[in-house]
Design a protein around this ligand. Structure first.
Ligand code: GAL
Length: 650
């Protein structure tokens, strides 16, 4: 269940056998290679040199290692971009992105699509049936370094064609966008430009369509590779490595063409970058926020329709965050087990050996630059030993679903209305609160079948598709709708019936006014006899007719705070941590779920009859084991950054 990312092209060939032997001895089984190697695979236009990669595959195979081969399209070589400058992406400021790092191509470049097909075909023809080949990774981290959206001539051409397919006539486009405002009407699709370099904010409907288009382009680019691999490499899986806290394209759309999902887990880098207060950042600087990796495991398990890997696991300090602390002793082991607890099929460390050259020379590997074992290698070895002889039970669905929607993030970014508004932060707050109550969570896309869940939370869902409405309507249990749900039409307008628009069917209220609040400005409200404060965002609602919606909590000025209609609740404000803790515990109780008061920093996760307990903090913690359970690993006393596993079957 363990693997590693390896770059044979970075090391003398004489070294490969020794590396492969040490990988196997360490307990690794999978090796991902090749994803940045285009300049070595095709040193001159049309002159392929694939033999060295064949020897690398054979060397790994000789140690019984299984290979995931990356397609090298994240790094088009120098000759390619010089020959075909139209492949280069253009940034929002209109500057052509230049050669010299990576991801410098546009997803809409027809030439680049053709070149990608050519190199993928060559690789798949040569290695598609290699006995050591387990599967393929398409490209690498689509969108990394802000590369989903490109603003060049190729992008404008493709955007116009996309709009024509969507709207049919330019009159329909003008109408949908409300383009009469500020005389923004156009007479033909050819007159539509990309939404950058405008004097002040461009029409939000135009931007939303550009974001949708850009997301579709990623899926189409990926599909072109998958189509080739399916034909030339039968029986091998195709995966992509998605990123954390990244919402510029819809991962569900890309994953529809994949066999499983994977993601790249760098908990310390993410924690340093997240919008957390300084004390929280400092507390988790060497272990990562307790929910940061877990959230993404639960997200990408859903993206992969139940199947996911961690393709890149942080093994030591990284190089790319503002601050790059070292994981505390035991934390690499903790992260590895945590991923497995959440259902990961494989955890693969990035990278085998720290490179002493180029951009990532300050990024740790399992081995130091001199090839001696670094701390990460020791901890990976420890997990491999613990795993030996264990058979992990199949992962089971959680009882609570959290609805995740990439359009919610786009709309919030395009029109935040208040500087602190962030759908990612709101989702994370819901998720983290549920996890601190000892609950398992499935992160699901809007429109997913909700049958079987005991409770569903929707942090915010501004646009409501037919599928999303049908799934929510069919769900009989407690359903929580967060602020701004149903607040926009599909073409980024205010619904004619006022928000929550289509959701009025489930929650018969209308939002008559909203306000955003600067930090420090808060309104007090009472819910279930307890006092809370709400800042950041507030809404005023009134019931529609005698539909039966009622305020169950009120602000001091009389406005409803928590609205209820049958099993549906609507929050007319940005919920802070104190309220969310009480409220979600109440929802869990209504749903018949057992809530546990966990010690600080401790999180639980079930996998079949097994319960995993993780201590993400620097102090030892004690946790009563589940009744009648047998210890598989560890015990009731959780050491700092330690874990325990309990088996409750018989
Ligand atoms: C990932 C990327 C890797 C490497 C790594 C460093 O985003 O896929 O190639 O750059 O980060 O942490």
């Amino acid at each position: 269940m363990l693997g590693v990312c390896y770059y044979p092209e970075h090391w003398p060939e004489a070294r490969w056998r020794e590396d492969a032997r040490r990988m196997r001895e360490l307990g690794l089984r999978y090796v991902r290679i090749g994803e940045f190697a285009w300049s070595r695979l095709e040193p001159e236009p049309g002159r392929l040199d694939l033999d060295w990669l064949g020897r690398a595959l054979d060397t790994l195979a000789a140690e019984d290692l299984r290979v995931v081969l990356g397609t090298p399209t994240a790094t088009p070589p120098k000759w390619l971009v010089d020959r075909y400058p139209d492949v280069l992406a253009v940034d929002e400021a209109g500057r052509v992105r230049t050669f010299g790092s990576r991801r410098h191509y546009s997803f809409s470049s027809r030439r680049y699509l053709e070149e990608s097909r050519r190199i993928v075909t060559a690789l798949a023809e040569r290695f598609g049936r290699h006995p050591a080949l387990a599967g393929w990774q398409t490209d690498n981290e689509y969108g990394c370094h802000d590369t989903v959206r490109s603003y060049g001539p190729e992008d404008a051409r493709a955007f116009r064609a996309w709009l024509e397919r969507r709207y049919g006539t330019v009159a329909a486009l003008n109408e949908a966008w409300g383009a009469v405002f500020w005389s923004m009407e156009v007479r033909s699709f050819d007159e539509v430009d990309l939404p950058n370099l405008t004097v002040t904010e461009p029409n939000p409907a135009r931007v939303l369509d550009f974001y949708r288009f850009s997301s579709d382009q990623v899926a189409a680019f990926n599909r072109a590779q998958v189509d080739i691999l399916r034909v030339l490499s039968p029986g091998r899986f195709v995966v992509h490595n998605f990123m954390g806290f990244f919402d510029q394209f819809d991962p569900y759309g890309v994953a529809a063409d994949l066999d499983l999902a994977s993601w790249d887990s760098y908990p310390l880098g993410f924690t340093d970058l997240m919008p957390l207060d300084d004390a929280t950042k400092a507390r988790y600087a060497r272990s990562g926020h307790p929910d940061v990796a877990a959230f993404h495991h639960d997200l990408y398990r859903g993206v992969g329709r139940g199947r996911f890997w961690v393709m890149e696991q942080q093994p030591g300090p990284v190089n790319w965050a503002p601050h790059n602390p070292s994981p505390a002793p035991g934390v690499v082991r903790l992260w590895t087990w945590e991923a497995l607890a959440h259902g990961a099929e494989v955890v693969s460390y990035f990278r085998w050996r720290q490179a002493p050259f180029a951009q990532e020379q300050m990024h740790a590997g399992l081995l130091r630059p001199d090839a001696s074992d670094d701390v990460g290698a020791d901890e990976a070895r420890a997990v491999a030993r613990e795993l030996a002889g264990l058979e992990l039970p199949a992962a089971t669905p959680a009882r609570i679903a959290l609805v995740h929607d990439v359009e919610a993030a786009w709309i919030g970014a395009i029109q935040p209305q208040g500087a602190e508004w962030s759908v990612a932060a709101l989702e994370f707050a819901f998720y983290s609160t549920l996890r601190a109550l000892g609950l398992d969570v499935d992160v699901v896309p809007a429109g997913a079948d909700l049958t079987g869940y005991a409770a569903v939370v929707v942090p915010s869902l501004p646009t409501v598709s037919d599928a999303a409405l049908a799934a929510l309507r069919a769900f009989p249990g407690p359903l929580v709708l967060g602020p701004r749900s149903g607040s926009k039409t599909a073409s980024f307008g205010i619904p004619p019936e006022l928000p929550p628009g289509r959701l009025q069917e489930l929650m018969p209220v209308r939002v008559t006014r909203v306000e955003s609040l600067r930090p420090g400005l808060e309104d007090a409200f009472t819910w279930e006899g307890e006092r809370f404060a709400a800042g950041t965002w507030r809404e005023w609602l009134e019931p529609v007719g005698d539909g039966g919606a009622a305020a169950k909590g009120r602000f001091d000025d009389g406005g409803g705070a928590v609205w209820r209609h049958r099993e549906v609740r609507y929050l007319a404000f940005w919920p802070g941590p104190a309220f969310l803790g009480r409220f979600l515990a109440h929802i869990a109780e209504v749903a018949g779920l057992e809530v546990r008061a966990l010690p600080p920093d401790v999180r639980l996760r079930r996998r079949g009859p097994w319960t995993f307990a993780f201590n993400h903090g620097p102090e030892p913690r004690r946790l009563e084991p589940p009744a009648g359970a047998r210890a598989v690993l560890g015990g009731a006393d959780l050491p700092p950054y330690g874990l325990a596993i309990w088996d409750a079957s018989r």
